[in-house]
Design a protein. Structure first.
Length: 318
């Protein structure tokens, strides 16, 4: 069923865009009347991907269908300078657009000899950016079920389908709901913006660690506890990794000082992202990462350890 929206897709070499008009390293969503756009980086930050979903009449469902740049320009006329910079620096003959169609969740994932995964069985609208993630989860579950040598092949397929269909159906439905939220109008649009602003105040407490600590004092006085996280950090180069390592060190010192001996239970902490500490944080670089990343992790852990300089909770994630 046609959603009433079409998707533009562009890939823009980042060197074309002025540094002050480049989006942050995190994925960013821009919402407007009957329209929204998502931007994120690809190829180690060398290319900016732009996906714009706008309400238009139905047209062909093809990822290779090119449309005039002038229509793209018109769809985003008057938008934020960061959005405009991406559009104005796109190749005029490389503007792709296709219809977005919604499919209902299905239960029939397999036969005795064939099994489906990913978009082949549960195509998902792009409003949660989870299509590829769901396919990866499918593959992991399928591998686990295939390892059940005690079961006939057909039963392994059924076990896989039973384990996956409900979660994928939920993601499909939530993605549809996200699309509705992005394109809200009238009072609902105002309410959405207000809710996002309030959430931002709750989860993004400052642009620097000192500002975040200062803004958290009121809530901490009421008994709340914070675990800080530096949003958007992802090392693309060794220089990035060294800069983020220094930022983490500074943050540990600042949080430790602000904690004033409260300890790991009552005091604040900071979450460390391993991919921020090494530009090649991937399974393919396993040995190199272990050799180069471990000393950096130990350095931060030593700084946060009780009885040394500070006493902080220091969770690690990918």
């Amino acid at each position: 069923m046609f959603t009433g929206q079409v998707a533009w897709r562009l890939a823009i070499p980042i060197e074309r865009i002025a540094p002050d008009l480049r989006p942050a390293l995190v994925s960013s969503i821009w919402c407007g009347p009957k329209n929204h756009a998502v931007m994120y980086y690809m190829r180690s930050g060398q290319v900016l991907n732009f996906v714009g979903c706008v309400e238009r009449p139905w047209e062909e469902e093809s990822w290779t269908s090119r449309k005039p740049w002038e229509e793209l320009d018109q769809d985003y006329a008057g938008w934020h300078p960061i959005v405009r910079a991406a559009i104005e620096n796109a190749d005029r003959d490389q503007c792709f657009r296709w219809a977005l169609n919604n499919r209902q969740p299905v239960m029939n994932w397999c036969t005795d000899r064939v099994v489906l995964l990913g978009d082949a069985v549960h195509p998902t609208l792009p409003y949660m950016a989870q299509g590829a993630a769901m396919a990866i989860e499918d593959a992991a579950q399928l591998a686990s079920c295939w390892a059940r040598r005690d079961l006939p092949v057909a039963e392994r397929w059924q076990l896989y389908a039973q384990a996956r269909w409900a979660r994928n159906a939920r993601v499909q439905q939530r993605s549809i709901r996200n699309g509705e939220i992005f394109h809200m109008r009238g009072p609902w649009r105002w309410a959405r913006n207000m809710a996002m602003r309030m959430m931002g105040e709750q989860f993004v407490t400052g642009e620097t660690i000192d500002e975040a600590l200062r803004n958290a004092r009121t809530m901490e006085a009421e008994g709340f506890r914070y675990s800080y996280d530096m949003l958007g950090e992802a090392a693309l180069t060794e220089a990035d990794a060294q800069r983020y390592l220094q930022s983490y060190e500074n943050a540990i010192h600042a949080i430790g000082k602000a904690s004033n001996g409260q300890g790991v239970v009552n005091g604040p902490g900071i979450s460390i992202k391993l991919s921020a500490l090494h530009p090649r944080y991937s399974r393919a670089q396993h040995q190199r990462v272990l050799h180069e990343l471990l000393p950096r992790v130990l350095k931060l852990t030593e700084l946060a350890r009780c009885g040394v300089d500070h006493c902080l909770v220091l969770p690690f994630n990918a």
